[in-house]
Design a protein around this ligand. Structure first.
Ligand code: CMC
Length: 384
């Protein structure tokens, strides 16, 4: 009898693990929609909170509903004093994603609903986490410099509060708030990416939301996922000037020594639609700031790659992390805080997936092919 053929789906490429109503990622056409709305329309018109409501309720809010959600998030954005004390005790050169992971895990201890799994409790926790994660991302760059964190304001949106809590300036710069809002809308949700899958895997064992989000932050940290925005900026800074791009490309990429960070995607084999929006925004912000040097480095490198046979054959295009690095750098956000900003945007998508998983759960438990030795006989320790 012949053994049935085993197919290994390494990296789970193309494997459909469940259904979702949250987003559609069409990698062939370079199309992204959230619950029916094109990402381009949402980026042009939506407040981050409108997108949060859309993901959580499957429709856009009216004015009252939007204001109610905004107010609830703002009212729950304060970081518990015990968590702030813990943050102040950390080494100032800690990796900011590790800081965020530790802080979110600790938030569970101060959330009255942390072990309550009802849909209502999960919605309350999602609201709190949306506000608190933005407050944490704003607080850490201040705390590590010895500055006091700033409390969120009840009358601000998430983007306004983030910029206000980072800079301490009220009102926060409208240009910065608009750019952060657009960035957050673009990064809120994206199908079965690594961190969202992590969220759902943890949720599937009926574990709690804080455990799921802590795991998601850990997986977003990696340079092949959310960590790519920081890596992309470090690469632009290493290149230094538009005049150096060609030599750098020939030395590092043509030789096959390195990958261009912020280029390539498991699903998109066409231009990532988020990258197109962010490129425009990066260019406008850079020109308005009077310093286009970093935008030009990025754009020249992307153009070189797009004209190169290697990148053409493999359908490698800039992804969301490429131009978002320029947007965030132009706004004076510290480079190592770029990935935490990704996390503070994706929190709404993660919590939406957690709730979708909880509503129709099946334990995620794939299999693996054993290729180690079989039938060894035990050797006592003195005979090994
Ligand atoms: N630069 C140079 N070559 C690349 C790159 C790149 N950025 N990305 C992929 N390739 C090559 C790769 O070497 C391989 O070549 P070959 O077929 O000769 O072995 C081919 O393209 C396919 O690569 P892969 O790693 O099998 O493809 P994948 O679809 O699994 O990779 C990826 C997706 C994101 C891991 C990869 O494109 C990459 O490492 N990009 C750089 C990191 C990055 O920007 N990550 C952010 C991803 S999007 C946002 C997010 O999820 O956070």
């Amino acid at each position: 009898m012949t053994e049935p053929q085993v197919v290994i789906h390494k990296g789970l490429d193309g494997v459909i693990v469940d259904e979702t109503k949250l987003s559609l990622v069409n990698g062939t056409e370079g199309r992204l929609i959230y619950s029916g709305y094109k990402i381009e329309d949402l980026a042009a018109h939506a407040l981050y909170e409108e997108v949060v409501f859309l993901l959580w309720h499957g429709r856009l809010p009216d004015r009252q509903e939007l204001e109610a959600l905004r107010a609830q998030i703002a009212a729950n954005a304060e970081i518990p004093k015990e968590v702030l004390k813990m943050l102040k005790s950390l080494p100032s050169d800690s990796n900011p994603m590790s800081v965020l992971r530790t802080a979110v895990s600790m938030l569970a201890q101060y959330d009255i609903d942390s072990e309550v799994m009802t849909p209502e409790a999960n919605e309350r926790k999602a609201i709190r986490l949306n506000g608190q994660v933005a407050s944490l991302v704003a607080a850490w760059p201040r705390i590590r410099k010895g500055l006091e964190p700033v409390s969120p304001r009840l009358d601000y949106t998430v983007a306004q509060n983030y910029v206000y809590q980072l800079t301490g300036e009220a009102p926060p710069s409208k240009e910065a708030v608009d750019a952060i809002n657009t960035f957050m809308v673009l990064l809120t949700e994206h199908g079965m990416n690594v961190s969202t899958f992590t969220t759902r895997v943890i949720a599937s064992s009926l574990s709690d939301m804080h455990s799921s989000i802590t795991g998601a932050i850990g997986s977003l940290k990696g340079p092949l996922h959310g960590g790519a925005n920081t890596e992309a900026m470090n690469m632009f800074l290493e290149i230094g000037s538009p005049d150096n791009v060609e030599t750098w490309f020939n030395d590092n990429i043509k030789t096959g020594k390195r990958r261009i960070m912020g280029i390539g995607h498991r699903v998109y084999k066409a231009l990532d639609p988020r990258a197109a929006v962010l490129r425009e925004r990066a260019e406008a912000l850079a020109r308005a700031s009077g310093n286009s040097q970093w935008f030009e480095v990025a754009d020249k490198l992307a153009a070189l790659a797009r004209a190169d046979q290697y990148f053409i054959e493999r359908n490698l295009y800039p992804n969301v992390d490429y131009y978002s690095a320029i947007v965030l750098y132009t706004l004076d956000i510290p480079v190592d805080m770029f990935t935490p900003l990704f996390a503070m945007s994706r929190i709404a998508g993660w919590t939406a997936h957690f709730r979708e998983q909880a509503a129709a759960n099946r334990l995620v438990r794939p299999d693996v092919l054993y290729i180690g030795p079989e039938e060894r006989s035990w050797t006592p320790i003195e005979e090994r």
